[in-house]
Design a protein around this ligand. Structure first.
Ligand code: HPA
Ligand code: ZN
Length: 339
């Protein structure tokens, strides 16, 4: 069979996404539509103006715009439409499984109830499972710039929906808000049966990754780029096969790397770390899964074998059952062999 081009190969290979903020999938067109529907004013009045505003020097500049965009989400239908738009998009990109973050405090702090948020997201995820055959896990993320009491309150609010929520995470402004700030909230979350992950080492130092591992006892590190600066940490991550959910286009747009050619993903693969490719906030960073794979593949001259390895990692690092993982990895192997 003729070898497909790299782009076709990436587009068609079955894959999983493990680091995705649903609020970060809010495309300007849908934002304007929902703002109008809810009689909400937004700072930027056209798609072009919104897109022009998406130029960030660092994580905080992005977060300021991201939280502002989320302000127009009010009703269950809004959260449904947001989630459904993402699912239909990634369905076209051959994403078979997603693990999605949502940030309840972004909404409950402005008077939108926890139930409104989760009902909308959950209904869309269930429709995606049934109509698009996309399996999913849902992760509730605490905002680390807020205090411990607010996180505890959010955990309480989540308990009636425990069956729908697979894990908890930690996101927002990293520097100055170390994982240790949430040690007790994560202990309680684990006690309640949630799996735990945390953003660490995106802008924050390697010490924050150590804290996420040792104090929060995470099962996966979101980002983790700065592990590359710490030899012992790299060894620990490799030996434990602790997954890292890397986000190449996010790193480029938030100036975590100056150029995709400097991205640590290949160095990490060479050191036997379990790394994965993800989109983080695709509406803001210029690409969904396939664009992330293609960006990194071109910049770092990845081979089809390396891309296949990354895709297999995405299933290995997921929260699917062992038999589901095996089934998906068989599909990937089959795809690779028939290319
Ligand atoms: N880092 C921290 N918080 C976030 C991010 C991110 O990349 N995206 C959405 N919230
Ligand atoms: Zn993220």
């Amino acid at each position: 069979m003729a070898d497909s081009t790299l782009k076709e190969f990436i587009e068609n290979i079955p894959k999983a996404e493990l680091h995705l903020h649903i609020e970060g999938t809010f495309e300007p067109e849908l934002m304007i539509k929902i703002a109008e529907r809810n009689n909400k004013k937004i700072k930027y009045s056209s798609v072009e103006e919104l897109k022009r505003a998406y130029s960030f020097k660092n994580l905080q500049e992005f977060l300021d715009i991201y939280y502002e965009g989320a302000n127009v989400l009010i009703t269950e239908e809004d959260f449904y439409d947001l989630t459904w738009a993402y699912l239909t998009k990634i369905h076209q990109q051959n994403v078979l499984h997603v693990e999605i973050f949502f940030d309840p405090q972004t909404h409950t702090d402005r008077g939108v109830s926890f139930s409104t948020v989760i009902n909308g997201i959950y209904k869309a995820l269930e429709d995606g499972r049934q109509r698009l055959n996309i399996s999913y896990k849902l992760i509730m993320s605490f905002l680390r710039h807020l205090d411990e009491a607010s996180a505890f309150k959010t955990l309480e609010e989540a308990l009636p929906y425990k069956e729908w929520i697979d894990g908890v995470g930690l996101d927002s402004s990293e520097v100055g808000n170390p994982p240790s700030k949430f040690e007790r909230v994560f202990a309680k979350s684990r006690e309640k049966g949630f799996k735990v992950v945390a953003h660490a080492g995106e802008e924050g130092p390697p010490e924050y990754i150590w804290e996420a591992l040792d104090l929060l006892k995470v099962e996966r590190i979101d980002h983790g780029n700065r592990a590359i600066e710490d030899h012992l940490l790299m060894k620990r991550l490799a030996e434990s096969q602790m997954p890292l959910t890397l986000c190449p286009l996010s790193n480029l747009e938030l100036k975590v790397v100056k150029d995709l050619k400097e991205h640590p993903i290949v160095k990490m693969m060479d050191k036997n770390l379990l790394v994965t490719v993800n989109s983080d906030d695709p509406a803001y960073f210029g690409g969904y899964m396939n664009e992330n794979y293609l960006g990194i593949a071109k910049a770092l001259n990845l081979t089809k074998i390396q891309i296949t390895e990354l895709v297999k990692n995405s299933f290995k690092a997921s929260w699917l059952s062992d038999s589901e993982k095996e089934e998906k990895i068989d599909l990937v192997n089959h795809y690779f062999q028939n290319d």
